[in-house]
Write a protein that binds this ligand. Structure first.
Ligand SMILES: N[C@@H](CCC(=O)N[C@@H](CS)C(=O)NCC(=O)O)C(=O)O
Length: 246
């Protein structure tokens, strides 16, 4: 049984790990969302962050505990669980590159986060709005297109011609891209609508994943949390004007 620790009310970065667990059909506990009487709730997570559990101390959630091993950092958590359910490549070179892709996706997600918190995570969005407007403009006009073009290039140049980012089958790297595109479509519907037109293979990859029975069942369940104006991907219409804002 794998224990996932993450904030209880937002999809956030925890969603990347949850999606691999769900798509891979692995048994897990979303510990902080369990009642305290069952060992869940915030105290369970805080005990790890404060080093009271006898494990190495993670800097921030998400982290997982699996059979006595603690892993933190979203991409590493995903790689760890993917290896247990056929969602990591087998060849060593592909395994290494899938992790490279997942870490790059974590960078992309961090840039999406920084559009609403460009100065500090300790300040409210409302206290850094002019900077957020500038940061979001660059993110929409330069960064989204650059990242999407890279993913498109990976799919196009995958020697197996599988339609996936790495190797001949779906991996956690694809699931990370899928979730990032969903998050961006929520937060930046206008910018993503335009940028996606130049990335048809990325769109196809996302459509394929959205149709997987395990993904459909999960997204319709109460295990999946909805996007909101908390967390990583936030919808602030002023950061995504219809014109593209140039
Ligand atoms: N690079 C880390 C970032 C982790 C992170 O920023 N977690 C957020 C929630 S999504 C958090 O709780 N941060 C607390 C902090 O940075 O003080 C990862 O990809 O897992």
């Amino acid at each position: 049984m794998i224990d996932l620790y993450y904030w209880p009310d937002i999809p956030g970065r925890g969603e990347y790990v949850r999606l691999v667990l769900e798509a891979g059909g692995l048994k897990y506990r979303d510990v902080v969302r369990l009642p305290e009487a069952e060992g869940g709730g915030m105290p369970a997570m805080v005990a790890f962050l404060e080093g009271r559990k006898g494990y190495p101390i993670p800097f921030a959630p998400p982290f997982i505990v699996d059979d006595g091993i603690l892993v933190s950092q979203t991409a590493l958590c995903c790689a760890h669980v993917a290896a247990q359910c056929g969602l990591a490549p087998e060849a060593e070179a592909d395994r290494a590159f899938a992790l490279s892709v997942a870490v790059t996706t974590a960078d992309f997600a961090a840039e999406a986060h920084d559009t609403h918190h460009p100065i500090s995570v300790s300040l409210y969005y409302e206290d850094q709005k002019p900077e957020a407007m500038r940061r979001a403009e660059d993110f929409r006009n330069n960064r989204i297109p650059k990242f999407l073009a890279w993913y498109e290039n990976l799919i196009e140049n995958n020697p197996t011609d599988s339609g996936w980012l790495v190797g001949d089958r779906m991996t956690y790297a694809d699931l990370g891209l899928f979730h990032t595109c969903r998050g961006l479509a929520y937060a930046f519907p206008n910018a993503m609508g335009e940028a996606s037109q130049a990335a048809p293979k990325v769109q196809e990859l996302c459509r394929t994943i959205a149709k997987l029975p395990k993904v459909i069942a999960y997204q319709g369940s109460d295990r999946a949390l909805r996007f909101s104006t908390d967390g990583l991907f936030r919808r602030y219409p002023e950061l995504d004007p219809a014109s593209g804002g140039q």
